[in-house]
Design a protein around this ligand. Structure first.
Ligand code: BGC
Length: 262
């Protein structure tokens, strides 16, 4: 077996993990899921993540997505998880409960990395915007294959409201919208992104991208827009991959060279 990593996707309703084949960007095991504890406090989520890790009897680095701005391992926002996460060092808290090195990354950024490394945006030059439509709207900006982390374009204000509250997949269900009615909101949203950022490509992810044929053809944009390859697995794959990049190489394991004076 080539290199593998464990990826865990922390969402508002479920916490899902799988071992990822990092040579090919595919899951190497079935996914294992536990429900996100409510309230989703750091201690409760950390215990749930440890349960996922022990299901796989995993003993190496772990990559975890988190549905918020994550800077140097610390949650800076908390849109769909308990507010007590704000200011919490995710990597430290999950590292303590799992006793393993943890890399934390914004969920949409992880999805974006998976799509750009192995998926719908593979080898695309210029700006690609990956948009995940779920409970919220997550975005990843990737320029020439390099992630520009923590874009929060799901929250752009249109019609006087944070537009995630109108155009997310959850908003479609909440408001019982037909595909056509939802597509009108998506049209508004993607037109704004196109106007302000002029990407080369939009990639649309999240569970609902499984039904992309119902709504993507209804959008009129000057920019190509395609469904994600990985849908709900993208976060797991991207997080496992990003954690593997943090691994110290063999040279780092060498004892430091001691230079004798004189
Ligand atoms: C959060 C983002 C997250 C997205 C998808 C938004 O509400 O602000 O950080 O990527 O939801 O979970």
């Amino acid at each position: 077996m080539g290199s593998v990593g464990l990826g865990i996707d922390i969402g508002g309703s479920g916490i899902k993990g799988a071992v990822v084949d990092l040579d090919n960007g595919v899951l190497a095991t079935e996914r294992f899921k536990v429900l996100t504890p409510q309230p989703s406090t750091p201690a409760a989520v950390a215990a749930a993540v440890a349960e996922v890790v022990s299901h796989f009897a995993w003993q190496a680095a772990v990559g975890c997505t988190f549905p918020a701005v994550v800077q140097a391992g610390v949650a800076r926002t908390a849109a769909n998880v308990d507010k007590t996460w704000i200011g919490t060092d995710i990597e430290k808290v999950l590292g303590a409960s799992t006793r393993l090195p943890v890399t934390a990354v914004n969920d949409a950024d992880a999805a974006g990395v998976a799509e750009s490394t192995w998926g719908a945006a593979h080898s695309r030059r210029g700006l690609v915007i990956v948009v995940t439509l779920g409970t919220g709207i997550g975005t990843a900006l990737i320029y020439d294959g390099v992630l520009v982390p923590n874009s929060e374009l799901g929250h752009i204000e249109l019609e006087g409201v944070d537009y995630e509250t109108r155009a997310s997949a959850a908003a479609r269900e909440r408001d019982h919208l037909s595909w056509e009615k939802w597509a009108k909101r998506l049209q508004h949203y993607f037109s704004a992104l196109e106007f302000y950022l002029r990407p080369e490509l939009f990639v649309v992810g999240g569970g609902v991208s499984r039904r992309a044929e119902k709504f993507l053809p209804l959008l009129e944009l000057g920019t190509d827009i395609v469904p994600a390859r990985f849908q709900n697995e993208a976060g797991i794959i991207g997080a496992a991959y990003l954690a593997s990049l943090r691994q110290p190489g063999p040279e780092a394991a060498q004892p430091e060279m001691v230079v004798e004076p004189g």
